[in-house]
Design a protein around this ligand. Structure first.
Ligand code: SF4
Ligand code: SF4
Length: 126
């Protein structure tokens, strides 16, 4: 087991070694939104060597006043277009959005630990 990650005010800890065998449940599964802000869009476009407008056309869609990364359907699962099944990894890891960097420490889950455990096998009661 790798060192557990803890954050103040969160009632759980996270074991990052769980990611090795989990098959990216936070990048796949039920359809959801993977929000990106302007700076993140620019960083991802740069990483992919694309113009921002080309990147946005190919990989983003608008949800209200925000932008989300597109998903694709694989069997019954909806997966982030950047999830790589072969490597079980993120194709834009160095520029992945804050939403992905901060998972599983989201405010939403502070009071929904059981729901989070269903999504992420790395969650351990603190
Ligand atoms: S769901 Fe949890 S264990 Fe699985 S890849 Fe995501 S963070 Fe890692
Ligand atoms: S950007 Fe990367 S870490 Fe975020 S959902 Fe997509 S594949 Fe997962």
């Amino acid at each position: 087991m790798q060192d557990l990650i803890k954050q103040e005010t969160y009632p759980y800890a996270f074991d990052p070694s769980a990611c090795n065998s989990c098959e990216g449940r936070c990048c796949t599964g039920e359809s959801g939104y993977i929000y990106v802000n302007k700076n993140e869009i620019e960083s991802i476009a740069k990483l992919l060597n694309l113009q921002v407008s080309d990147f946005a056309k190919e990989y983003l869609y608008k949800k209200g006043y925000k932008y989300s990364i597109k998903e694709m359907k694989f069997n019954e699962s909806y997966e982030c277009v950047f999830y790589n099944r072969e490597t079980n990894g993120c194709g834009i890891y160095d520029a992945r959005p804050t939403q992905c960097r901060t998972f599983p420490f989201w405010d939403y889950y502070k009071t929904r630990v059981e729901e989070l455990k269903l999504e992420c096998p790395g969650i351990i009661d603190d």
